[in-house]
Design a protein around this ligand. Structure first.
Ligand code: ATP
Length: 418
C-alpha cells in the first residue's frame, strides 16, 4: 500500500463555491473510480484573523491508500484537473493550492499547523516546510492555499469534533434555504449535547447565510451523532450529497494562554486574566466595551452587537471584577470576547445615613458634624454611616456568546463541562 495525504485550500470566493464542496466532489469521484480514502476527510479551521480568508478560514485534507506508487501520478493529475475546473480562479482573491505528502505527520508539520492556527505565516514559510519534508505542491495563481493545505494535513488530533455538511443542488444556490425548523428543534431535543449549536434561541443555527453550496451543517461529538441528527432533519429542497468531516472546530485550539496582558498582539487569540478597570459602556451600534488590566498593561474588551444576550451579562461587570477572558484581537486592538470566566466578583456597596433608634433615617447635621434625627433629636457621630452590600445580578462562573456569534474554533461551554 502507498499512502498519500492530500491537502486543499483557497478554492472558493465570497460569491460562491466552498473548499469543503470541492473536496467532497473529488473524494466522491475518487471513490467512484475505486480508490480507497481512509477515515473521514478533515476540515481544519485556521487563524480566524487572517485577512485573506473568504469566510471561516477552513482548509481540507484526506488520506488516500493507493495500491502502488504507480497509481499516484494518475490520481494526482485527476485531482489537479478537478481543482482547476472547480476553483473560482476568475476571482482575484482565490489562490488555490494542493499539497501531496506521502510521509509521516512529523513534528515539523504538526508545529507548522499549530502556527497557522494560532499565528500568521507567509507563503515562503509554507514553501520551506514543503521542501523540507519533501511534500509535492501545486499552486494556482499566487497559490496562497499552500499554507492552509499543509496545515490541514498536519493538524494534531488532541481533540476532535465532527461536522456533517449537506449540500444543495446547484439550481438552489443563492435562494432561501428550505429547512423544516421544527424538525431541527426536535433533532436538538434528542441529540443535544452530542450535537450542539443546532439552535439559537428561537432560530435554527445549522444553516449558513451565504450563497455557498452548503444547505446545513450539523456539529457534534461523533460521526454517529451527526449522522443520526442528519436523518432527523427535514428539508423542502433536495440534498444533493452529504459528507462527514473530522474537524478541529470547537476545540479552542486557536487560543494562546498568556500571563501578561502586555504580551498580546493583534490577529491572535488568547486566554488572559485581568481585573476590570473601567466598567462597561455602550458604543454606537450596541457594542459593549470594558477595559481589563494587570500589572503589565491593559486592553479594551468588546462584546459586539451580534453577541446579543451575552451583552446583558457583560454590562453587569464592574470595576474590580477578576476575569479570565477568551478571545482574539482584531485590527483595532480590541479583544473580541468569545467567552469569559468571572473568577471573582468584587463587592459593591453603598453608604446610607444611619438609622435612628426611633426608626427614622437620620439627616446630616452639616459638614463634619455627624447626623441628627429630625423626629426625636438624637445625634450620632460622622463615622456612623451604614454600609449596605448591593446584590450583584451576575454570578461567578463561565459565560459564552450565543451559537450564531460563535467562532468555528471556539469551544462551547457544553463541551468544557461535559
Ligand atoms: P472557506 O471557509 O469558505 O473555505 P476560507 O475562509 O477558508 O474560505 P480561503 O479562501 O481558504 O478562505 O482563504 C484563506 C487563505 O489564507 C488561504 O490561502 C490560506 O492558505 C491562508 N491562510 C490561512 N491561515 C493563514 C495564516 N495563519 N497565516 C497566513 N495565511 C493563512
Amino acid at each position: 500500500m502507498y499512502k498519500v495525504y492530500v491537502g486543499i485550500d483557497d478554492t472558493d470566493s465570497k460569491s460562491g463555491m466552498c473548499t469543503t464542496y470541492v473536496t467532497t466532489l473529488i473524494i466522491n469521484e475518487l471513490k467512484h473510480f475505486g480508490f480507497n480514502i481512509e477515515g473521514y476527510p478533515r476540515l481544519i479551521r485556521l487563524n480566524p484573523f487572517v485577512k485573506f480568508k473568504t469566510r471561516g478560514n477552513g482548509a481540507t485534507s484526506f488520506r488516500l491508500n493507493l495500491k502502488s506508487k504507480d497509481e499516484y501520478e494518475e490520481v494526482k493529475s485527476f485531482i489537479l484537473k478537478r481543482i482547476k475546473e472547480l476553483s473560482q480562479l476568475q476571482d482575484d482573491e482565490t489562490n488555490p493550492a494542493v499539497v501531496f505528502y506521502d510521509g509521516e505527520i512529523n513534528e515539523n508539520l504538526s508545529s507548522f499547523s499549530i502556527e497557522v492556527i494560532k499565528n500568521i505565516v507567509t507563503i515562503k514559510d509554507a514553501h520551506e516546510l514543503a521542501n523540507k519534508i519533501s511534500a509535492e505542491f501545486f499552486k494556482f495563481k499566487k497559490g496562497r492555499g499552500i499554507i492552509g493545505a499543509l496545515a490541514a494535513i498536519g493538524c494534531p488530533r488532541n481533540d476532535n469534533t465532527y461536522e456533517l455538511l449537506a449540500y444543495r443542488t446547484p439550481e438552489n444556490y443563492g435562494k432561501k434555504r428550505q429547512i423544516d425548523d421544527d424538525s431541527v428543534f426536535r433533532m436538538d431535543m434528542k441529540m443535544y449535547p452530542q450535537t450542539f449549536d443546532n439552535i439559537d434561541g428561537k432560530y435554527i443555527a445549522i444553516e449558513p447565510h451565504t450563497p455557498c453550496p452548503i444547505l446545513y451543517g450539523i456539529r457534534g461529538e461523533s460521526p454517529e451523532a451527526v449522522l443520526g441528527a442528519h436523518k432527523m432533519v427535514k428539508t423542502y429542497e433536495p440534498v444533493e450529497r452529504f459528507v462527514v468531516f473530522e474537524t478541529n472546530q470547537h476545540t479552542d485550539m486557536h487560543l494562546i494562554k498568556i500571563d501578561h496582558i502586555a504580551d498580546m498582539d493583534k490577529y491572535k487569540c488568547y486566554i488572559v486574566e485581568g481585573v476590570v478597570k473601567r466598567s462597561p459602556y455602550i458604543i454606537e451600534g450596541g457594542h459593549i466595551i470594558f477595559i481589563i488590566e494587570d500589572d503589565s498593561g491593559q486592553i479594551p474588551c468588546a462584546a459586539y452587537e451580534p453577541t446579543k444576550e451575552f451583552r446583558d451579562t457583560v454590562k453587569e461587570l464592574t470595576s474590580g471584577d477578576l476575569l479570565r477572558v477568551y478571545g482574539g484581537i482584531g485590527e483595532k486592538g480590541t479583544l473580541n470576547i468569545e467567552k469569559i470566566e468571572i473568577i471573582k466578583l468584587t463587592r459593591i456597596s453603598k453608604t446610607l445615613n444611619p438609622l435612628c433608634e426611633c426608626g427614622k433615617r437620620m439627616k446630616s447635621a452639616g459638614s463634619g458634624k455627624g447626623f441628627k434625627c429630625i423626629k426625636c433629636g438624637r445625634k450620632l457621630k460622622e463615622d456612623s454611616k451604614e454600609v449596605i452590600d448591593i446584590k450583584r445580578k451576575i454570578k461567578e462562573g463561565f459565560y459564552e456568546v450565543p451559537p450564531s456569534a460563535r467562532r468555528h474554533l471556539s469551544k462551547p461551554l457544553v463541551r468544557i463541562q461535559m
